[in-house]
Design a protein around this ligand. Structure first.
Ligand code: 13P
Ligand code: SF4
Length: 314
């Protein structure tokens, strides 16, 4: 970019940020952003975090408007826990491919087949699917949530990789799972990880529980996205291989400038929906109350029971 264009670009961007912050105040709004969001969105957010931290914040904030920069199920969860607030998602088509893999009919069929078995549903799911579940979980608390059940069998939806990860902690239980997955985490292979480990022999490998079991087998640590940020800060190690969506590299590097972060497969692990939000979209959301998340009360209140049960035990 030429020097003058660069100055124009910078001043336009500064103006956008000023407008967003001013309007945010007027609207009594809060901006929440997931850890995978583009850097400029993370930088203007009031809170950046993983699914669990963001849903906790959405349930506790006294803001009147929540602008949720993430994918649809995250904004929908904010609406489930805060129905009296206006919840806005700046990009209407930002969806989670895993959440769209399971339908309410799938859940009904599984419940009929496994009657009496508690249903633990990953928050990466639609409100209709949550409404048919006993409790929700996130990647940060799935092991703890399953541990609260005395039943031998548990049905976990929709992520088979998360279910198989949780199974490792409860050999006495049978975790029955639906065969959903995150297309981006599931693509990471043990070969990708072995190659990165050979290249960076001193690096610690941290995997997200959405990765396939053969990848989890190679991990030094398994954690949610915010769990990875905590580990990077707390561990004495200087070098890390990060097994999750590449957006997490931005906060990792920003918060730990003295440490080195590698990615084993950057081309495979990019979630396009997480990259759609631009500053212009956030400003439009605040200006025009777009795009507002709405939910039929009957579904919301049932989904709320499942989310509330989860939030009570974290
Ligand atoms: P976290 O809750 O760990 O941030 O994960 C959300 C997600 O969508 C991972 O792909
Ligand atoms: Fe969904 Fe995977 Fe994107 Fe996370 S990275 S939002 S699980 S599609």
């Amino acid at each position: 970019m030429e020097y003058k264009n660069l100055i124009d670009f910078d001043s336009k961007r500064r103006q956008l940020i000023e407008d967003i912050l001013k309007l945010k105040k007027e609207r009594k709004a809060i901006i929440l952003a997931h850890n995978y969001q583009p850097p400029e969105i993370q930088d203007i957010a009031d809170l950046r975090g993983d699914s669990l931290e963001l849903s906790l914040k959405a349930s506790k904030t006294d803001a009147e408007v929540i602008v949720f920069c993430g994918v649809f199920f995250m904004a929908e969860t904010a609406k489930i826990v805060s129905p009296q607030k206006r919840v806005l998602i700046p990009v209407a088509g930002a969806c989670c491919d895993m959440a769209n893999m399971i339908t309410p009919e799938d859940v009904k069929r599984l419940r009929d087949k496994h009657s009496e078995v508690p249903v633990v549903t990953y928050v990466n799911s639609t409100a209709e699917v949550k409404a048919l579940s006993d409790i929700c979980c996130t990647s940060a608390n799935a092991v703890k949530v399953v541990g609260t059940f005395s039943e031998r069998q548990i049905l976990m939806l929709p992520d088979m990789n998360l279910a198989r990860y949780v199974q490792r902690f409860y050999p006495e239980k049978e975790i029955i799972f639906f065969e959903g997955f995150c297309p981006f985490h599931h693509q990471l292979t043990p070969e990708d990880v072995k190659r990165a480990k050979e290249k960076y022999p001193n690096a610690v490998f941290i995997a997200h529980p959405e990765c396939r079991p053969e990848v989890i087998d190679l991990a030094d640590y398994v954690a949610s996205t915010s769990g990875m940020l905590r580990l990077a800060k707390e561990l004495p190690h200087k070098e890390f291989i990060i097994g999750t969506e590449i957006g997490l590299l931005y906060p990792l590097r920003k918060e730990n400038p003295e440490k080195i972060f590698h990615h084993p497969a950057p081309d495979k692990m990019l979630c396009p929906s997480m990259k759609k939000t631009r500053l212009e979209d956030v400003l439009n959301a605040l200006e025009n109350f777009e795009f507002e998340v709405e939910l039929p009360e009957e579904i919301r209140s049932k989904a709320y029971q499942a989310v509330k049960r989860m939030l009570e035990i974290v």
